[in-house]
Unconditional design. Sequence first.
Length: 506
Amino acid sequence: MGHPLAVLLAITLGSGDPEGNFIVPGTRGAIVYRRVDGQELKLDAYIRRHGPRRPAVVVIHGGGWTSGSRVAFVGQLLETLTRAGYNWLSVDYRLGGPDRRADAIDDVREALAFVRAHAKELRIDSERIALLGEDAGAYLAAALAAEKPAGVRGVALIGGLYEASGVSPMNAAAAGLPDILAVHGGRDTEVPAERVRRFCESVVAAGSRCDLHVVDGGIHRAENWLPSQWAFKDVLVRWLGTRIGAESPDHEPYRTRLQKDVVYDPEHALKLDAWTPSGRGPFPAVVLAHGGGWEAGDKVTYITPLFEPLARAGFAWFSIDYRLTPPVRHPEQIDDLRRAVAYVRANARRFGIDPKRIAVVGESASGQMAALLATQDPGLAAAVSFYGVYDLMPLLTDTSPGSRLEKLFGLRALDDAGRELIRRYSPIHHVTKDMPPLLLIHGTNEQLWAQGTAMRDRLREVGARHELFALEGAPHGMENWEGHPEWAHYKTKLIQWLSEQLGARP
């Protein structure tokens, strides 16, 4: 099973994309490591600029066996590894549901073999490799570790999937395994932390090492953990250092057209990542805001599938951080988005963009923010909301302490003044025929589909320029659309629509 060595070496690194993955500058993207079942399976590789061969981490995304990609669900992890001084490889694998996970395990096995065979070109130490998986990717990492693969010294399982009994493929041959780190949310109701404890106990009982770190209050999926819970990243980096080492942890970033951590609001230390096309401008620009229920995420979370198609189409884009609840209230978040757009406008010459051709794009929580800003800023050329909330009132009926109502607006009761405040931040009540054009993109298989149709009806009623684009059967979250060819055309629609509103590449 697997490639003969001659065939493996014939799949060269030269097939990679020098533009990278649009998350970390200097990444070599889309390296084909396997061809199987009519598919080209790819990985992205980050190779440090200088120095000897370095330890490396193979990153395996989650997605519940049915969705995801090498740029989805793992943005924060890739940034963490980069800054810690590691080379890393983020891999795709076949998605076919839990019944076909043997295929996915075989793909990850082949990816590891490819990486070790090309250790010289990748400037990695083939004897100092760690596997890092999240969600279903953690299960795959554990299954591969059970085979005790050469060169693998550690396996990190982040918010992983485990069998209900706490047993996984790893337990059957636990003795002599690579060391394990299991990081898990303490409030994960999909995969309770007790299940992970049983898993670690069984590994230890068999004579191997398993360190468990429970993230207090964390729910399922590491990307959903709050900034107050991000200390798990330091735990991960320290643990990797003791297993595979990091000879030069100081991060020396590449200089590419992707600019990282540009400060747009010094007062609040808010940053954005900026991609600018090559060639002559001025270019149309898109300001991107991530979702996360107004309380989670950052500029490389949730929204990463949009980076590449926008860049390929010749748009400059700016993915922003904004302050999250509960430390701030929702009005301050809108101020942050407004300030980010103003910064991009004010620095149009620096970035080579046209200040009159700026669109704002949001998803989920930030879909509401983008739509609201479109009702307030006539200088915007367009706005796009992916599966946004347009009427906040149905979501804010809980008045208990710690509710979303309190987090967003500081309210514990709904009186007339409170209802008026919520109405003020619900875009559906403020649309006009003169507002910038608005594109709504919604999957039909989620609760917010009804919000999308209601917003369409209201836009139609006032005569506003708009379009509702439906993805039949799609769930919430564009990361969950990754790996599904039947939904991939939303990217084509987005680019076509933005090109119509903002103009194509000069």
